[in-house]
Design a protein around this ligand. Structure first.
Ligand SMILES: [Zn+2]
Length: 301
């Protein structure tokens, strides 16, 4: 219909690096399988903290050039995952990182958190109607951990999916398209416990000054809520290696060491080799009580 592959996956994220941490394995897998994988990032992540001392000058309270730098990091990460379609909502710099909840940056002009949801969603409607994805991945309503840009990304993605399907909405943005399945990024409690158990077992060998706590992991829910699980199969580890490489490409934000990583707080966290999802709209493609191993399961060819 539009010259794109038969299976099309759209992911909506708040900042460069969120996609690699949450969905690196999933994106690498579907890109390798020839599906169309499209990433829409809502801000440049201008308010992030900078890990390497040599790049400290990029920070928002100094040169304020972190956004442009992170555009390059994201491009490098997408190369590692084999993803060629990555875009910024409304174009690079249209919406700015809002900082942590309660920061004065939340209400600065251009901040994503202050954007009108419908106005921001219109940019995404145009992309949805162009790419016609069957599957959408985004955050839960709390954005996984309450960051304003993550909450807003959830709202904008959810609203755009609705509007894209509406036959009377903005036909100048393309023909209506209904997304078949919508997933939220999730992590089952047992995977978090296992991950932190690995960290404890590694003890002094953990290459970071401290250890995070399970509460630092976004989107954690009871195992029963998980409906899909994606990872390397058959003893391979290609996709998790691609994920680690993609995370490493976000060098201002993430330090990766073996099966662990740390954000700017320098606290070690487990790097999850498997990624988990909760289906919130559409028909499950697995039997009741079983997890899907394919986000496109049940989607008609
Ligand atoms: Zn983020």
């Amino acid at each position: 219909m539009n010259g794109l592959p038969a299976r099309r996956l759209l992911l909506v994220h708040a900042h460069p690096d969120d996609e690699s941490i949450n969905n690196g394995v999933t994106m690498a897998k579907y890109a390798a399988e020839g599906a169309h994988v499209a990433l829409v990032t809502c801000t440049l992540g201008e308010e992030g903290e900078v890990i390497p001392p040599a790049l400290a000058h990029l920070a928002p309270d100094r040169d304020d050039t972190l956004g442009a730098h992170r555009v390059g990091e994201l491009a490098a990460a997408m190369k590692e995952l084999g993803v060629t379609d990555h875009r910024f909502l409304g174009g690079p710099g249209r919406f700015r990182d809002s900082g942590m909840m309660g920061a004065e940056q939340n209400h600065r002009p251009g901040a994503f958190w202050s954007a009108e949801v419908d106005e921001a969603a219109a940019y995404l409607v145009e992309i949805i109607r162009e790419l016609r994805p069957q599957v959408l991945v985004t955050y839960d309503p709390d954005g996984g951990y309450g960051h304003p840009d993550h909450i807003q990304a959830h709202r904008v993605a959810t609203r755009a999916a609705e509007l894209a399907a509406e036959t009377t909405y903005r036909r100048d943005l393309g023909d209506p398209h209904e997304i078949r399945k919508v997933y939220w990024n999730r992590v089952p409690r047992s995977a978090v416990e296992e991950g932190f158990e690995r960290l404890r077992a590694a003890g002094a060998a953990v290459p970071f000054p401290g250890v995070a706590s399970p509460q630092d992991v976004p989107g954690v829910v009871a195992d029963e809520r998980i409906t899909a699980e994606i990872g390397d199969e058959d003893g391979r580890d290609d996709f998790v290696r691609a994920k680690a490489a993609a995370m490493r490409a976000h060098a201002t934000q993430i330090a990766v060491d073996g099966p662990f990583f740390a954000l700017s707080n320098d606290l070690a966290q487990p790097l999850f080799a498997r990624e988990y999802y909760e289906l919130v709209a559409g028909e499950p493609g697995a039997a009741e009580g079983e997890r899907e191993r394919d986000l496109f399961a049940g989607v008609p060819a």
